[in-house]
Ligand binder design. Structure first.
Ligand code: AHM
Ligand code: MG
Length: 333
C-alpha cells in the first residue's frame, strides 16, 4: 500500500498506479501524473514503430500511410517527433532538451511547470540489427516563475533536482521503469491490451554483482584505474556483458547486480554519454534503487551542467562495485 493506504500490487495498470502515487505529493495538482501518462503514451507509439522497424523498407508493400513521410525517416527521428508531440501537446511542459535537437525547445507554454530532458531513442546503432534500444527521460520543475520566459537556470539544473526520471526499454518485452523519488517501479507492456502493468514493484539493486559492462575495444585508451578495476573483474571471473544500448545494459545490471562503465578515453576525456538526458536519469533511478552513479570523482547527481549536450564519464551500478572502481581510480592517481 502507498502512504494513503491504497493498495496496489503486481498487475496494477500504470494509470492506476500513477493515480495511487499522486498521494506521495500531498499538494500535487496532478500535472506530473499527467506528464508521466503522456510519456507512457508516446512510449507505446514508439514501441509500435520499433516493432515495425524491420518492415520500414517494405512498408509500401502493405499500404502504410505516408501522410508526413515519417516512415521514411530513421527511427530515432520518428521517436523524437513522437515524444516532442506528446510533451508539447500535454500542456505540463515549458521546455524540452533532446538529444535530437541542438537547442532548447521553448514551448512558450505559460502554464507549463516542467522541463524535460530526453533521449528519445538511445542505442540507435542497434535498431537495424534488431537489438534492444531505449528512451531515457528526466523531469525538472522550472525555477523561474510560471509565465515568464524560460531561462538557462531552468534548464541547467543538477540531477539532484529531478522530480522524476525514467526509461523505456524496447527489448524482448517493452518496459517502463521510473521514479519520482519514492523508490523505483517497473511496468511491462502488454501489447494486445495496450497497457503497462506493474511487474517490478520497488526495485532494489543488489549491493554487489558479477557482471561488468564496458566497451573493451577501447581498453588502450582507458586510464590506469579503469584498467586495473577491469583486471580485477576478470581475476574474479565476472561475466562481461555489453549490449551497446545503455538502457538495456543498465537495466540488466540493476536487476541482476553489475556495473556499467563508460569512462573517459584518450579521444573523449569526458566519455561519450550525455549528462542531461542519459546519465542523470539513470543515476537518479540507480540511487533510488540503492545503487550508485559517479563520474569517477563526484556523484553524477551533484554535477552542475554548463552546456546542454555536455558529456560525462559514467560508472553506474551496484554500490560495492562502483566503490571498488572508484578505489582503483583514486589509487592510480
Ligand atoms: P547514442 O546516444 O548515439 O545512441 O549513443 C549512446 C550509446 C549507449 O546506448 C551505449 O551504452 C553507448 O552509446 C555505446 O557506445 P560504444 O559503441 O562506444 O561502446
Ligand atoms: Mg543517446
Amino acid at each position: 500500500p502507498d502512504q494513503s493506504g491504497m493498495a496496489y500490487s503486481v498487475g496494477t495498470t500504470l494509470d492506476r498506479f500513477i493515480k495511487f502515487k499522486q498521494s506521495d505529493f500531498p499538494f500535487a495538482s496532478g500535472e506530473l501524473s499527467q506528464l508521466l501518462r503522456d510519456i507512457a503514451l508516446a512510449a507505446k507509439i514508439v514501441n509500435r514503430e520499433t516493432n515495425r522497424a524491420g518492415l520500414a523498407n517494405i512498408g509500401g508493400a502493405f499500404g502504410q500511410t505516408n501522410v508526413q513521410g515519417e516512415e521514411q525517416q530513421k527511427l530515432d527521428v520518428i521517436a523524437n517527433i513522437r515524444f516532442m508531440r506528446a510533451l508539447s501537446k500535454g500542456g505540463e511542459v515549458c521546455a524540452i532538451v533532446s538529444e535530437e535537437e541542438d537547442a532548447v525547445i521553448d514551448l512558450k507554454n505559460k502554464s507549463g511547470k516542467y522541463v524535460v530532458a530526453i533521449d528519445p531513442l538511445d542505442g540507435s546503432s542497434n535498431i537495424d540489427v534488431n537489438i534492444s534500444i531505449g528512451t531515457i527521460f528526466s523531469i525538472y520543475r522550472r525555477k523561474t516563475p510560471l509565465g515568464s520566459p524560460i531561462q538557462m537556470e531552468d534548464i541547467m539544473q543538477p540531477g539532484s533536482e529531478q522530480v522524476a526520471a525514467g526509461y523505456v526499454l524496447y527489448g524482448s518485452s517493452t518496459m517502463l521503469v521510473y521514479t519520482t523519488g519514492f523508490g523505483v517501479n517497473g511496468f511491462t507492456y502488454e501489447t494486445s491490451l495496450g497497457e503497462f502493468f506493474l511487474s517490478h514493484p520497488q526495485i532494489k539493486a543488489p549491493k554487489s554483482g558479477k557482471i561488468y559492462s564496458i566497451n573493451e575495444g577501447l581498453e588502450l585508451d582507458w586510464q590506469e584505474g579503469i584498467k586495473n578495476y577491469i583486471d580485477e573483474c576478470k581475476a574474479k571471473r565476472y561475466a562481461a556483458r555489453y549490449i551497446g544500448s545503455l538502457v538495456a545494459d543498465f537495466h540488466r545490471n540493476l536487476l541482476k547486480g553489475g556495473i556499467y562503465l563508460y569512462p573517459a578515453t584518450k579521444n573523449n576525456p569526458n566519455g561519450k554519454l550525455r549528462l542531461l538526458y542519459e546519465a542523470n536519469a539513470l543515476a537518479f533511478i540507480a540511487e533510488q534503487a540503492g545503487a550508485k552513479a559517479t563520474d569517477g570523482k563526484s556523484r553524477i547527481l551533484d554535477i552542475v551542467p554548463d552546456s546542454l549536450h555536455q558529456r560525462t564519464p559514467l560508472l553506474i551500478g551496484s554500490e560495492e562495485m562502483v566503490d571498488q572502481a572508484i578505489k582503483h581510480i583514486e589509487k592510480s592517481k
